[in-house]
Design a protein around this ligand. Structure first.
Ligand code: NDP
Length: 358
């Protein structure tokens, strides 16, 4: 038989656990679906120095364990399973966590759309494991990893996906940023405050980033650009020591000394579960009145025409809220995700008071 919960939080990063701390303290029966590895992106970082309350810094995995313990202290149930399907078309919302026998969870991301649809239909032919009065989506976003030789091996050993988080560890170091969008510009500028030098590696002869960000980068004395260049390999044993780059026009390769490599080629929100169920923008981010994107601003404007926005973190489906990096195209910080988790939980609590289902 399906288990009934008042609040189902899908995702276990700072947004998910903060939401759960709040809803549990508000005496709402809360279940966090943590995935196979609880804790989200911070499980892959080393030291976190910019989360207030930890003046000496704290290791990312330790911090996420503390988030979990704090949520459990107030009664949150943490289920260490992935949500495999949801049905948000009617209340209570349906949540599945099982996979048909013989399905390899490692291969889910490699499936074609048809294979995914077939699998979803199979999962949904069984009774859902959970029914939820409200849902908070906090599934996050992950940095796109290009899979360059040496990248995975040297991750957190000089390879980073977040300059705002890690730039301060690269004082007076020789650093590289891969990418040509606003994230790459922002990372290059953040790094230039600390590093000896920053070289942006971009595959084309023009940046995609906004003009103002490009101008800042191009006029910065500590930043240079390798145009029409691809990053072929990151070399090092215990830490990053060199990068091998290739000019796409001449085919010429160079091996250059390096101590840090920042990959900034975009993020992918983890929202495939919700396609065709709630409104997503063209990049797959969940749209709420708080989304710092065109779709979010349009939604907020439309809502404001009827007066104040009652539930800013609510998605296009009543009773389904969203928080953290799956909504946030811009900031993607642990502290902003935690703040959004808090906001979503307060919205969910208020909405449940007014709309509790029998
Ligand atoms: P984008 O998708 O905008 O840019 C990605 C960049 O990475 C592009 O230059 C792209 O190259 C390059 N790239 C993609 N794949 C590869 C690859 N495999 N190898 C090498 N290079 C690759 O992502 P961003 O994260 O920069 O930005 C996402 C959104 O967030 C944008 O809308 C942006 O404006 C916004 N943003 C805003 C900020 C701000 O306003 N402060 C800060 C950060 C982001 P190519 O140009 O050839 O396509």
């Amino acid at each position: 038989m399906s288990k009934k919960v008042q609040v189902a939080v899908i995702g276990s990063g700072p947004a998910g656990y903060t939401a759960a701390i709040y809803t549990s303290r508000a005496q709402l029966e809360t279940t966090v679906f943590a995935g196979y590895q609880s804790g989200g992106q911070l499980m892959f970082t080393t030291e976190v120095e910019n989360f207030p309350g930890f003046p000496e810094g704290i290791m990312g995995p330790k911090m996420m364990m503390q988030f979990r313990v704090q949520a459990e202290r107030f009664g949150t149930t943490v289920v260490d399973m992935h949500v495999t399907a949801v049905d948000l078309s009617a209340r209570p919302f349906k949540i599945w966590t099982s996979l048909p026998e013989g399905t390899d969870p490692q291969k889910l991301n490699d499936m074609t759309t048809e294979q995914q649809q077939e699998l979803e239909a199979k999962i949904k032919s069984a009774e859902p494991e959970y029914l939820a009065d409200s849902v908070i989506i906090a599934t996050g976003a992950s940095p796109i990893k290009p899979g360059i030789p040496g990248e995975a091996e040297l991750s957190a050993k000089g390879v980073s996906y977040c300059a705002v988080c890690d730039a301060a560890f690269f004082k007076e170091k020789e650093t590289y940023v891969l990418g040509g969008g606003d994230s790459a510009m922002e990372d290059a500028l953040a790094l230039a405050k600390f590093a000896k030098h920053v070289t942006v590696i971009h595959r084309r002869d023009a940046f995609k980033a906004s003009k103002i960000m490009q101008d800042r980068v191009l006029s910065h004395e500590k930043i240079s650009v390798l145009w029409n260049t691809t990053l072929e390999e990151i070399i090092g044993t215990q830490k990053v020591e060199q990068v091998r780059v290739k000019n796409t026009q001449s085919g010429e390769e160079q091996t250059l000394p390096a101590e840090g490599v920042f990959i900034a080629i975009g993020h992918r929100p983890q929202t495939s579960l919700f396609v065709n169920q709630i409104e997503l923008d063209q990049h797959g981010y969940v749209v709420t009145c708080q989304s710092a994107s065109e779709a979010g601003v349009a939604k907020a404007q439309a809502a404001l025409e009827d007066g104040l926005v009652t539930y800013p973190s609510m998605t296009s489906v009543e009773g389904v809220f969203a928080a953290g990096d799956n909504v946030d195209v811009r900031y993607k910080q642990a502290i902003t995700a935690a703040g959004q988790g808090c906001a979503a939980s307060l919205d969910a609590e208020r909405w449940l008071e007014r709309n509790s289902s029998e």
